[in-house]
Write a protein that binds this ligand. Structure first.
Ligand code: SF4
Ligand code: SF4
Length: 298
């Protein structure tokens, strides 16, 4: 037997031929994010001009979850919610099953805001002395990061439980999204402070609110466990370069997964766009079968 017979095979490097698709998908994503941001700006502008046109909080899907849970458990509804909240909550749930965190990664304006601020933070790091050091100081280590990630589930239990017990949206007082919408009504709550802190942190950390505090993200992460859609990694084609890990705004160690089924995945496809190997990462639809799983590439 020769030495080459026993050698451990090295990963097969297949240079990417689909650079156009993987680069363009991020332009499409940014376009959709921008479209929703513009739609929200127009909605808020219209409300500012005609304040009697209804509450702007009707565009919050989380209010629908709070109302649905309170109604199921107590038969009551929650103040400050609207039928539109319930419809949005239903749409977000269906999206979570069909496309995992698509809402967070492609639609949510609060998520897009954090992403934009982080992009500014990255540019500032190149010119402002000390920014990089502040980021390193603020970035939680792996153990603290794991503990902090439980935060959004704690917020979810408090928000839903509090709404069911009190009949009011207890989370609303500190909700940065509600506070942002309330600016056009000249309402200023503690949520404004949370919003400012969140945006300052977003200069240094990717999507801090999504990672650690968003109850809507927590709901979607739980629902998405039933989703057949996920990013799949081929160990044969993977180079182990960890570029995907660095690209992931949710800090998922993609290079250690065979299928990315993490509750925090927001389906942004930035890992796929960044991966330098043609076949290493792919978006797949996978169903369990008697012989294992049936996978098809999207
Ligand atoms: S980017 Fe990630 S999946 Fe792609 S080759 Fe590198 S480690 Fe593997
Ligand atoms: S694993 Fe990929 S798709 Fe999921 S959040 Fe990270 S970069 Fe986005």
């Amino acid at each position: 037997m020769t030495t080459t017979d026993t050698a451990v095979p090295t990963p097969r490097f297949v240079p990417r031929r689909d650079r156009r698709w993987s680069a363009n998908v991020q332009w499409v994503r940014h376009g959709i994010q921008a479209a929703f941001a513009i739609w929200l700006a127009v909605t808020l502008g219209q409300h500012l001009l005609t304040p009697s046109s209804g509450s702007v909080e009707a565009v919050c899907p989380f209010g629908g979850f709070e109302t649905a849970w309170t109604w199921l458990t107590t038969g009551r509804t929650v103040s400050h919610t609207h039928s539109a909240n319930l419809v949005l909550a239903g749409v977000v749930t269906v999206l979570a099953v069909l496309a995992r965190g698509f809402f967070c990664g492609w639609i949510c304006v609060l998520g897009s805001m954090q992403e934009s601020v982080r992009a500014i933070g990255r540019r500032l790091e190149r010119v402002v002395p000390g920014m990089r050091a502040v980021r390193r100081w603020l970035e939680p280590g792996p153990r603290l990061d794991r503990a902090l990630r439980l935060g959004r589930y704690a917020v979810l239990v408090w928000a839903i439980g509090g709404a069911a017990v009190t009949g009011t949206m207890v989370f609303r007082a500190v909700d940065p999204w509600s506070a942002f919408l309330g600016i056009v009504d000249f309402e200023f709550s503690t949520g404004i402070v949370v919003l400012i802190v969140m945006l300052v942190l977003a200069l240094f950390i990717d999507r801090p609110f999504c990672r650690y505090a968003c109850p809507l993200g927590a709901v979607q992460g739980i629902v998405a466990k039933a989703s057949p859609v996920a990013i799949q990694r081929s160990a044969d084609a993977c180079l182990g370069c960890e570029i995907c890990n660095n690209a992931c705004p949710m800090g998922i160690p993609v290079n250690q997964r065979t299928r990315v089924t993490d509750a925090s995945c927001i389906g942004c496809l930035q890992c796929v766009s960044a991966c330098p190997s043609q076949d290493a990462l792919a978006l797949t639809v996978s169903f369990p079968s008697r012989t294992g799983r049936i996978d098809s590439h999207v």
